[in-house]
Design a protein around this ligand. Sequence first.
Ligand SMILES: [Zn+2]
Ligand SMILES: [Zn+2]
Length: 317
Amino acid sequence: MRAVRNTERGIEVVQVDEPAPDGSGDERAVVHVRSASICGSDLHLLSFGPMPVTLGHEFAGVLDDGTPVAVDPSVPCGECDQCLGGSAHRCRTGAQRVRGVGSDGGMADAVVTRTSSLVPLPEGLRLEDACLVEPLGVAAHGVRLAGLTGGERVAVVGAGSIGLAAVAASRRLAGDLDLIARHDAQRAAGERLGAGTTSGEYDVVFECAGTESALTTAVELCRPGGLILFLSTPWAPIPIPGFAASMQELGFRWSFTYGHHEHGSDLGDAAALLAGAPEIAETLVTHRFPLDDAAEAFRVAADRASGAIKVILEPSA
Ligand SMILES: [Zn+2]
Ligand SMILES: [Zn+2]
C-alpha cells in the first residue's frame, strides 16, 4: 500500500507493507484512511530530516466493517503516574509515542490503531472532514482548561488552523471574541467563524502562534489578572515580557493535545462541534489533494501566503 514519508528526496509516496494487526494488546483496529490533514508540526518535523515512519497524526477513515471513525493518534504507555492518574496525554514517554511521529501515522492507505483510540463519528460529520477532529480537539482541550464559563472577552492571537480552531471552539461561551491574523485569508476565515478585530482588553487570550511577537501582543491584550492560554507549540524558547506580566499578575497556562473529562473526551466534543457546524470545516479546509500528490500538498501547506489553512490528503480520491 501507499504511505507518505520524508525521505532523502523529501516528501514521497512510498510502497510499504499492509498494516497487519498482530493481535497483541489493543492494536487491533485497521483504519482505511479517507482523510489526513497536514499540521504545522508535520512541516516542522521535515526540518529534522528523513524519518523511518509514515507521517500524519490527523486522520479519519473506516474500519473493515465500514464504521466511520476518527483516531486519537497518541499511544500512551498506560503505566506511568500520568497515565494511571487519568492524564494519559501527559504520558511520561513523551512525543515519540504519537502516530506519525514515533510510529506509522495516517498519511497512508491504512493504519493499525488501538481500538480504544477510535472516536465514533456523529451523524453529519463527513469522513472527508473528520481528520479535523484532532486539531479541533486540541482547541477544545484548551478552551476547557481556560475555564470559560460564559460571557468572557476572549482574544485569539495567531490565525493558523489552531487559532481558527480556538475561535470555533470558544465562540459558544465567549462574550466578545476577537482574532489577530497575519494574512488576509486567515482574517476572512476568522470573520466567517464569528471573530471580530481586537479592541480593548480581554479576560482570556489564546496564544496560537508560538512567537515572541505573539506573546508580546497577548500580554498587551490581557487584562490585569487575566489568563494567557498557550495552544501553540513553541519549538524554541520565547522571551516573556515579564515586567508587564508580573505587574498585572497574568496567569500563564499551557495546553497539550486532548484528554478525557467526566462527561466524555475533548476529541468527542470536537467531533460533535464539527458535526453541528459544517461551516467550521468549510472554512478551515482550503485545499484537498489525492495521496499521490503529497509533495505538492506539503508545498502548499508550507506557503501561508497562498491562503492555505488546512490541506487535506485523500487516499481514496
Ligand atoms: Zn497537529
Ligand atoms: Zn504513560
